[in-house]
Design a protein around this ligand. Structure first.
Ligand code: ADP
Ligand code: MG
Length: 283
């Protein structure tokens, strides 16, 4: 199934250090250090790790915002070092950042969403269709003629996501895109991300501190000091409660509660926790 890989990291290293005569011989501070990771069509991957562990650097390496110092990042087989293909790479892998205010460029919602497709040089009717479809996909169609600055944080972030999906990428990378939102906005954006994955079949890589978000993913990757510390299903990864807490990470509250209650079952969600309690109680 090699050919269904959209995004591939092959032993990737990246440093922000400038190379000077003094630093040349010394080992640099690697922000990303020997990371290998495959993202297949339709994958849903959550990336966890405390501040400074290299998550944003990893995100920026995924669509040629940053270029590896060692190793290779391939987007649909194209190395991100190929400068002539940067536009094509960004069409395949779209990125949503933390602050929606920094991502919205136009003064009307639909114009903002049209910005990317216009740059692709598509015909007006094609652009119209892509914009409408993208706005429907994020549930913001009825706001198409509104001014973005009058929207809530969650609505703005959904407009930013619409701008990315109007490019029809196979993969979308979200760098803490729910972190600045209130609980309602976070819920809206989480539901949107779920539907990109479930309804549009898009591969999703979501960088998050939110455990409720992480348990929804098919695969969880934990970063620590630029390296991948754990990678596996949420169940496999959240088993490592002690080590996760050692690197400053939470585990889902239900997992922690089940552990404190001494329940044997591996628990991820409140529902599973309730079931485990009942099962234990009936013994
Ligand atoms: P995270 O997103 O997990 O918080 P980052 O990828 O932003 O981590 O940072 C990884 C490492 O790279 C940290 O040591 C951080 O201080 C460093 N770093 C990040 N951005 C820059 C930058 N623009 N210049 C210099 N160092 C940076
Ligand atoms: Mg970051």
């Amino acid at each position: 199934m090699e050919n269904d890989i959209i995004l591939q990291f092959n032993n990737v290293f990246f440093t922000y250090d400038e190379e000077t005569e003094e630093t040349q011989s010394a080992e640099p501070h690697w922000a990303v250090k020997g990371v290998s990771l495959d993202v297949h069509k339709g994958d849903y991957i959550a990336v966890l790790g405390h501040n400074g562990s290299g998550k944003s650097t990893l995100a920026k390496l995924s669509n040629a915002i940053l270029i590896p110092d060692k190793g290779q990042v391939l987007v649909n087989g194209i190395p991100t070092t190929d400068e002539d293909k940067t536009m094509e790479i960004r069409q395949h892998v779209g990125m949503v950042f933390q602050n929606p205010d920094n991502q919205i460029v136009a003064t009307i919602v639909e114009e903002d969403v049209a910005f990317g497709p216009e740059n692709l040089g598509l015909k007006p009717e094609k652009i119209r269709k892509r914009v409408d479809d993208a706005l429907h996909a994020v549930g913001m169609y009825e706001f198409r003629e509104k001014e973005p600055h009058k929207l809530s944080g969650g609505q703005k972030q959904r407009v930013a996501i619409a701008g990315i999906i109007a490019m029809q990428p196979e993969c979308i990378v979200l760098d803490e895109s729910t972190a600045m939102l209130d609980p309602k906005g976070r819920k809206e954006v989480m539901a949107t991300i779920e539907s990109l994955h479930n309804d549009l079949g898009m591969a999703v890589v979501t960088i998050t501190h939110n455990m409720d978000e992480a348990v929804l993913a098919d695969k969880v990757v934990v970063m620590e000091k630029g390296e991948i510390l754990f990678s596996g299903t949420p169940r496999e990864v959240f088993k490592n409660v002690e080590e996760l807490r050692r690197v400053g990470l939470d585990v889902p509250q239900s997992t922690l509660l089940a552990m404190k209650l001494g329940l044997k079952d591996e628990v991820l969600t409140p529902e599973e926790c309730a079931e485990a309690i009942l099962k234990d109680w009936k013994k």
